[in-house]
Design a protein around this ligand. Structure first.
Ligand SMILES: NC(=O)c1ccc[n+]([C@@H]2O[C@H](COP(=O)([O-])OP(=O)(O)OC[C@H]3O[C@@H](n4cnc5c(N)ncnc54)[C@H](O)[C@@H]3O)[C@@H](O)[C@H]2O)c1
Length: 391
């Protein structure tokens, strides 16, 4: 694994847990973790349960006893690490968004397609697909229970940078993160809605905004709970979007709206998706992740109404391995499910999903949003993925 902070901890928990919960054809051994600071990575290895640690990610890629490379760094290093790992024949799990640019994502998808011929598999970490209620939503849509999909309404709302004194962390610097709310949380709702509906976004009209354009420099380049250096007046420019809002058309005929923001005061991690079809509606809210709202319009009029499905039954996706009905699960389980699906795919020689090609398609949507916003919300088609990448 490369990176040992937020996602490093979430993925480590999942790697530690997955074989203890799920019966899988292969067992994960947590061999080597990499970070740039030798003291901190040593401490992280001990705390998170890794056998060894290093400050050079090339060691992960070159060691013959390592089969899987898990990339948990900011987007500016995804491409370089993933390309080297694939070239060395490793299976690769890479955090989202796949890359910082379409060009990088195309190169990664093409490399993944070639490495696949040699048996190396790759996947991008859109973990919210693995929340059982989300997987159930997809099942209901796939079974035709919603009929024809007409509307997709997706928001991902956070508020951690409302304070203008919040420091200029890496997520606010384009050269490290690629984009702001758009690529960080907008990418999740793009992937999730396409996954649930089985439809792809074909075009967008977007607005983006950077509300706070200058921020104090951080004491260190930390994440969501960063601090300023306390007293220094030094500031730097915010070079990413604080919020991105767009309307979209999906190739199955649905109209969609998307909102990704870090300025929704009071909203901490409000990922919400509602899908309206000719026969029903489903609605999901990550802050109530064990529940799915379902409206079945085929029921007699006198009985119609929204029902709340408690998604904890053993025949719900992923849940047969966990607790008795009603004994709820949480955020971290989505990562354990991600590792379950990844290990199973790798061990049985099938392609895990979302592939790098699927993640490239998300990157192409992000790119269309940026271009549309730059052109005064001009309707902008999503470019098709290159044939080499989708092969
Ligand atoms: N799936 C999700 O829900 C989710 C949530 C948060 C973040 N992410 C994604 O995970 C990735 C990491 O985000 P995070 O929140 O964990 O960030 P973070 O700042 O908490 O951690 C980043 C880690 O990467 C290390 N790092 C940075 N550059 C490195 C390099 N060149 N070589 C080795 N180590 C390096 C840092 O030292 C740190 O340990 C990003 O792509 C982000 O978009 C995904």
């Amino acid at each position: 694994m490369v990176g040992y902070a937020f996602m490093g901890a979430a993925h480590s928990q999942a790697w530690r847990t997955v074989n203890r919960v799920f019966d899988l054809p292969a067992r994960a051994r947590m061999a080597l973790i990499c970070g740039r600071d030798s003291g901190k990575v040593a401490e992280a290895a001990d705390r998170l349960g890794w056998d060894e640690h290093t400050t050079d990610w090339r060691e992960l890629v070159s060691r013959p006893d390592i089969d899987v490379v898990d990339i948990c760094t900011p987007g500016d290093s995804h491409a370089e690490i993933a390309l080297a790992a694939l070239a060395a024949g490793k299976h690769v799990l890479c955090e989202k968004p796949l890359a910082n640019t379409v060009a990088e994502a195309q190169e990664m998808a093409a490399a993944a397609a070639s490495a696949r011929a040699g048996g190396a598999r790759s996947m991008c970490g859109f973990n919210y697909r693995r929340v059982p209620a989300v997987a159930l939503m997809r099942q209901l849509v796939a079974e035709g229970r919603l009929g024809e999909i007409r509307h997709v309404r997706a928001t991902y709302l956070q508020d951690w940078i409302v304070d203008p004194q919040f420091p200029l962390v890496w997520r606010l610097r384009k050269e490290v993160s690629g984009s702001g709310a758009l690529g960080d949380i907008g990418a999740h709702i793009i992937d999730l809605t396409q996954y649930v509906t089985g439809q792809q976004i074909t075009g967008v009209s977007a607005v983006t905004e950077t509300f706070v354009k200058e921020r104090p420099l951080p004491s260190e380049s930390s994440g969501l709970a960063a601090q300023t250096d306390g007293g220094s007046a030094a500031t730097g420019p915010v070079t990413v979007d604080d919020a991105a809002i767009f309307v979209a058309r999906l190739n199955g005929g649905a109209l969609a709206t998307y909102e990704a923001t870090r300025f929704a005061t009071g909203r901490k991690n409000a990922l919400r998706v509602e899908i309206n079809g000719s026969l029903g509606t489903v609605a999901f809210d990550l802050e109530r992740l064990n529940e799915l709202e379902y409206y079945d319009a085929t029921r007699p009029a006198a009985e119609q109404g929204f029902s709340r499905i408690l998604v904890t039954e053993s025949d719900h996706p992923y849940l047969s391995a966990w607790w008795p009905p009603g004994h709820i699960i949480g955020y971290e389980h989505s990562f354990t499910h991600q590792m379950r699906d990844f290990i199973e795919a790798v061990a049985t020689g099938v392609d895990p999903s979302p592939s790098f090609a699927e993640a490239l398609q998300v990157q192409l949507v992000l790119d269309a949003v940026v271009r549309s916003a730059e052109l005064g919300s001009l309707w902008t088609a999503v470019e098709p993925a290159l044939a080499t990448a989708t092969a």
